[in-house]
Design a protein around this ligand. Structure first.
Ligand SMILES: Cc1ncc(COP(=O)(O)O)c(C=O)c1O
Length: 413
């Protein structure tokens, strides 16, 4: 494909790279690809990556502010990550969870040492982690009474697209085609008074919250609000599950976003960057939750296998390095300030929201248009809803990388 055909195709792209429209919008995307079109893919094919750049077959560089949707925290072609993967190849790849293997044990111990948690369950994706957390919350809550089973989520939430998590995901287009949704899972406003009334000690097992809502438009939940939620859920014996699948593991400048609110949850779910691009999810939990779970209550064939866990050990060590976290805090604060300046200069941004290296800007016009124009100009950004352009640069991005992305964005706007 020539560069000019590619550019023409990019300009024709009317939707974001992340959002799938078929079914939900009554419109089915057909392409020649044998891969089912659940995503409307951008008209570009990447063949390699280096640092914060992706390259197509013609060698065109794209500055990546998507990071595989918050997965590639260490960017591309990272020497340490590659060495960890090569090293893992020489070890066992898979044995099943019927046996002990050392990498998973060591990874769980490292996660426990660095967090509030006493036990860890490994799985393969974000949605799978949240599904597991719902089951664990119910198992634990049932020890307190049979009616205690409801799961509450917040307006704007995205917790996944499997049956249970879909019911906790507040996006009508994703939900409506698949009704009836899992019962006992409901969405409430991000409002303390409404939640106070909804969080009944007798019926509610868990409240699940993203400290920074990602897909819902990059909305940073106020730390005071999180503390209030913690106080109410603790007082009423309701498990507080924090979904840090997108905002966790260093993205907001601390290893876990909850640290900044000064709270301790009952469970935290992780995935995206955990194994450097290999599929892996995790549920971190307190002893009280763990003690209600018995062998046979839950399972997964691949979760926490030795290959993926060895790689995740390396990633966790890199992302929890105080120098890395300081870097994210510093460049993230600078980036946020510059986005506000950009809004002022261009008059094309209604609102700027974010923390660390997780930012959203509400643009005039559609986010999809900015996404496709940015792609045509060598910058990858994605959307979070119809009007929010979302930026999730690799955590290794320098101020110069961020400045380059800002100047492309300014031109596009
Ligand atoms: C906050 C949050 N939770 C859950 C998920 C689902 O993760 P996965 O796509 O790995 O199932 C995502 C994915 O974007 C997410 O951002």
């Amino acid at each position: 494909m020539t560069a000019s055909t590619m550019k023409a195709m990019i300009n024709e792209t009317t939707d974001s790279m992340h959002e799938a429209q078929p079914g939900s919008a009554g419109q089915v995307v057909t392409t020649d690809s044998p891969i089912l079109a659940t995503y409307k893919r951008a008209p570009v094919e990447f063949v390699r990556g280096s640092g914060v750049y992706l390259y197509d077959a013609e060698g065109t560089a794209y500055l990546d502010f998507v990071s595989g949707i918050a997965v590639n925290a260490l960017g591309y072609d990272d020497a340490g990550l590659k060495a960890a993967m090569h090293g893992a190849v020489d070890g066992l790849v898979h044995t099943s969870n019927l046996y002990h293997t050392s990498p998973g044990e060591r990874l769980a111990a490292a996660l426990v040492a660095k967090s509030f948690a006493d036990k860890v369950f490994f799985c393969n994706s974000g949605a799978e982690a949240n599904e597991g957390a719902f089951k664990f919350a119910r198992r634990w809550a049932r020890t307190k009474g049979d009616a205690k089973h409801e799961i509450h989520a917040l307006r704007g939430a995205f917790h996944g697209r499997l049956f249970g998590t879909l019911a906790a995901t507040d996006r009508p287009a994703y939900r409506l085609p698949f009704r009836p949704l899992t019962p006992g899972v409901s969405i409430f406003e991000r409002d303390l008074a409404e939640l106070d009334a909804a969080l009944s000690e007798d019926t509610v097992a868990a409240l699940i919250v993203e400290p920074v809502q990602g897909e819902g438009g990059v909305r940073v939940l106020d730390h005071g609000f999180l503390r209030e939620l913690r106080a109410v859920t603790r007082a009423r014996n309701i498990a507080l599950i924090l979904d840090e699948i997108q905002c966790g593991l260093g993205r907001t400048g601390t290893l876990f976003a909850y640290e900044q609110a000064g709270i301790e949850p009952d469970m935290v779910t992780l995935a995206k960057p955990l194994a450097g691009g290999l599929p892996m999810g995790a549920i971190l939990m307190t002893r009280a939750i763990a003690e209600s779970i018995k062998p046979g209550d839950h399972g997964t064939t691949f979760g926490g296998g030795p290959f993926v866990a060895s790689v995740a050990l390396h990633v966790l060590q890199r992302l929890s390095d105080p120098a890395m976290l300081r870097h994210v805090t510093e460049v993230g604060a600078w980036f946020g300030h510059e986005l506000h300046e950009l809004a002022r200069r261009t008059g094309r941004i209604r609102q700027v929201r974010g923390a660390g290296l997780m930012w959203g800007v509400d643009v005039m016009g559609t986010a999809a248009h900015v996404v496709s124009e940015s792609l045509a100009n060598g910058l990858l950004v994605c959307s979070a809803g119809d009007y929010t352009v979302r930026m999730l640069p690799p955590l290794i991005s320098t101020q110069a990388d961020l400045a380059r992305g800002l100047s492309i964005l300014e031109e596009v706007l």
